[in-house]
Design a protein around this ligand. Sequence first.
Ligand code: HEM
Length: 161
Amino acid sequence: MELNDFAIARAVHVLAVLLWIGGVAFVTTTLLPACRALAEPGARIALFESLEHRFAWQARGTTLAAGASGFWLAHRLDAWHRFADPGNWWWMHTMVALWAVFTLMLFVLEPLVLRRWFAEQAAHDPQRVFARIERMHRLLLALSLLTVAGAVAGSHGGWTF
Ligand code: HEM
């Protein structure tokens, strides 16, 4: 059996994406609705944050692994020209855009800005803030699923125009 660095990078990339986007799906479709059903509006955000805390670390690690392995794949494929042709390679752009959004959220906005902002807003209208958190997760999940579908089909010859 022979495993080269390209095959390993692809395996790491897919495993990282699996754990990361699978976790986003679990939070969106199961954890958030459970918090809504189990806690009063004023206690929902605190319950959600205490349960989601561990996943935030998993998401940070898998985001780093997906970015590093993705960069290595692009380097080995010499795929940089794809970014000049979004018509054929739109999923390359959505991969990087999604990665940038999650990186910004997980490493900068959530710890430095959003946590405090949510707490302040929730003091006035917890229901509205929780609904906003749910909407944001649904949107990110939908974009993630579209990206995964596009990337798998595209990597295997599905988007030739
Ligand atoms: C900086 C961020 C990223 C870079 C540079 C990157 C780069 C790449 C490259 C070069 C490939 C191989 C394409 C080919 O074989 O033609 C790939 C595959 C793939 N990427 Fe990414 N990616 C990134 C982030 C993401 C994200 C955020 C997701 C998911 C939401 C994702 C999902 C996938 C999937 C599912 C594949 C296909 C694997 C397969 O079926 O073989 N990537 N990526």
